[in-house]
Design a protein around this ligand. Sequence first.
Ligand SMILES: CC(C)(COP(=O)(O)OP(=O)(O)OC[C@H]1O[C@@H](n2cnc3c(N)ncnc32)[C@H](O)[C@@H]1OP(=O)(O)O)[C@@H](O)C(=O)NCCC(=O)NCCS
Length: 320
Amino acid sequence: MSDVGLDTTNHLDEAAATDVLALAGRAADVDGVEAVSEAFRLALRSPHTSVTHLRAYAGGSPSEGLLGYAAVDPGGSAELVVDPVARRQGVGRALLRAALDAGTTGVWAHGDLPAARGLAASEGLVSTRELHVMERPVRDGDDVDPVLPEGFSVRAFESGRDEQAWLDVNRLAFASHPEQGSITLEDLEERMAQDWFDPAGFLLVEDTTVTLDGGAHPLAAYHWTKREPHSAARPGHARDGDEGAGTSGEVYVVGVHPAYQGRGLAGPLTGLGTAHLARQGVKTIELYVDGDNTRALATYRRAGFEDAAIHVVYGRPPAP
Ligand SMILES: CC(C)(COP(=O)(O)OP(=O)(O)OC[C@H]1O[C@@H](n2cnc3c(N)ncnc32)[C@H](O)[C@@H]1OP(=O)(O)O)[C@@H](O)C(=O)NCCC(=O)NCCS
């Protein structure tokens, strides 16, 4: 396509961010899956971000004719979406090449749609990571809290008190998953400021056999649940009776401090969060887990979760 312009910036104003979200919304309606994930959606308006925004446009400027959008974060992860009315005209290829030039090491294909697979293959990229979206319906009895192993107790996160302890455990628990493990206090506070944030659904499990200076118990594990106030099942996954507001909940992040791994916490920890969500009245619970995180996959399968979709990261093939 000869008359496509490409704009690169680290800051989008409110109107530009709104245009990108509208385009992403049109794409999600057609594709049945969101191309722009939460972290990148937050980055559209965040003053703290060092995300590079790439906009493909026609008609002289991005504000006149936005055709597609790509974002690259400082870690080299990218997302890419083309307006459904502008597809198969070379816009995706142009954005992908610009994103690779801007430092992309992996581009997300949420839902691994045939078009994404085709585009990645045509540029010589291969699957380098798989993220499973797992789901299960809430069943009778799910609202009852499971019993924790002896010596552990659960309480809700308290803003202003628990941030640092949570950041420490999160960093250690996700040492080999830098995307989650590298979350900073600013990132945490950004999430705590969202309308879905509910400390009552952010569950901390403490080791009551140890008392720290000041009387607190060490944080052993956590289960952060999420329920968007207006959530329904994801596009393309609506089920009978599942269309109302707030009917879908998420196992947002679960982490166990390495010193407490292997002590039977994972199962009950998962159950504490699903019980909380069940009591909130959700009908479906979903979660995201990496394909190489075999222990977590096994825990969730045991808890009745099944694959609903797989998101794939495409990157350059490893050197031979
Ligand atoms: C994937 C996506 C970005 C492609 O955008 P696009 O502008 O339509 O892609 P292009 O026109 O540049 O296509 C480039 C090549 O990709 C492949 N491709 C694109 N759409 C395809 C489709 N529907 N089926 C199979 N291959 C396809 C083809 O090889 C194509 O080259 P060709 O047209 O010469 O055959 C677009 O479909 C989209 O936004 N999808 C939803 C978001 C998403 O999946 N993003 C992840 C990208 S890795």
